[in-house]
Design a protein around this ligand. Structure first.
Ligand code: AMP
Ligand code: ZN
Length: 113
């Protein structure tokens, strides 16, 4: 399968991993939308959140736990940050491998576009 995020997780693209555990990796977004813009992904390929089987939904908590650690490390807490999971076409998802955006370092506005 030809998935860019799977390749990144396997270390094949030379993308620097800023967080790594058995099931989760994180790296900087190529086109940052905020001073801090990190992508947190499962090593396992799920095309979107909708594709995570109920008995594997704990992976989403693992992504959140990594985001929590990274937010502390990057000092975007307690100033604040935003987590985003774009899902499907109208959700704005462009890469079909589940990922959590961690955005911080500037004032976020609501609602997003
Ligand atoms: P989404 O629109 O939610 O699917 O987000 C995909 C994100 O992946 C975008 O913010 C892109 O900038 C980012 N992206 C795409 N390719 C790469 C890459 N090779 N390395 C880092 N980030 C990437
Ligand atoms: Zn993948």
């Amino acid at each position: 399968m030809d998935c860019i995020f799977c390749a990144i997780a396997r270390g094949e693209l030379g993308t620097k991993l800023i967080y790594e555990d058995e099931d989760v990796v994180a790296f900087e977004d190529l086109n940052p939308q905020a001073p801090t813009h990190i992508l947190v992904i499962p090593r396992r390929h799920y095309p979107s959140l909708q594709d995570v089987p109920k008995d594997e939904i704990g992976i989403v908590a693992r992504l959140a736990a990594a985001a929590q650690e990274l937010a502390a490390e990057r000092r975007i807490w307690p100033s604040g940050y935003r987590l985003v999971v774009n899902s499907g076409s109208e959700g704005g998802q462009t890469v079909s491998h589940l990922h959590l955006h961690v955005l911080g370092g500037r004032q976020m506005v609501w609602p997003p576009g």
